[in-house]
Design a protein around this ligand. Structure first.
Ligand code: 1GP
Length: 247
């Protein structure tokens, strides 16, 4: 069974919690320690990504994550150099609400031969950046025309287009370190009218924020900054994971 199929099956009962590692900020040893603690706390997935300076330490971060845990490592690439043979799968993403065609289809064309050659599992994903994500590094790098927070119908229209184009996932992104995560109404709107797997990230810190978005229909919730801020990783992950059940 593919990683994607396993995720879809699991997510009927509970959303999956992905811990995000940015190779720009980590040594291999730190990646090993964080993933080991995250796994003990109940994390389900490791995402590896970065918008600036992530390529250099990419393989070391993935190898560290593999040493620290048995969790699947999924690439969440910030550019064509975000591909690695050591990962288990890749979100093959198009930043649909970019105003620069490079981020919509050119980077993907440049990376596609590499992805095919590696034979890595692909999860075709529409990446949508929601306010205030345009002020994050990903938003700035990606020439984002942000989806207004009060316009869930715009996020839904993009998600519908992605589904019609054959994509299977949508990632609603508020930007790393965002003061406010993606609005619950937006998550609910996409869930109500599409069958896409849904990933939600950016600014998630509290168990309540996670639970609200899981109840609205998120399949995967992603947490990066809150974990990077230090403290007890295992406890932080556990307190979030406890709130991902659909029961
Ligand atoms: C960023 O969605 C991710 O791309 C995670 O955001 O760092 O705010 O958790 P945070």
């Amino acid at each position: 069974m593919s990683i994607e199929e396993r995720i879809r099956e699991r997510s009927r009962k509970e959303a999956l919690l992905a811990v995000l590692l940015d190779p720009a900020n980590l040594t291999r040893d730190q990646a090993r320690q964080i993933t080991s603690q995250a796994e003990r706390g109940g994390a389900d997935l490791i995402f590896v990504c970065g918008s600036v300076g992530a390529a250099f330490g990419l393989n070391d971060t993935i190898l560290g994550a593999k040493e620290g845990s048995d969790l699947p490592v999924i690439l969440f690439p910030g550019n064509v150099d975000g591909v690695s043979p050591y990962a288990d799968a890749i979100l093959f993403m198009s930043l649909l609400n970019s105003s620069n065609p490079y981020w919509i289809i050119q980077a993907q064309a440049l990376a596609a031969p590499v992805v095919r050659r590696l034979g890595i599992e692909v999860m075709p994903t529409a990446y949508l950046v929601v306010e205030p994500g345009h002020t994050s590094a990903a938003g700035w790098v990606g020439w984002v025309n942000p989806i207004p927070r009060k316009k869930p119908e715009i996020a839904l229209a993009y998600a519908m287009a992605a589904e019609l184009l054959g994509m299977r996932w949508v990632y609603l992104e508020a930007g790393s370190g965002a003061e406010e995560p993606v609005p619950v109404e937006m998550v609910a709107a996409v869930r109500a009218k599409t069958g896409l797997g849904m990933i939600v990230g950016g600014g998630l810190r509290s168990p309540d924020q996670v639970e609200e978005r899981v109840r609205a229909g998120a399949d995967i919730v992603v947490v990066g900054t809150h974990i990077e801020e230090g403290g007890n990783v295992e406890e932080k992950v556990r307190s979030l994971k406890e709130r991902t059940s659909r029961a």
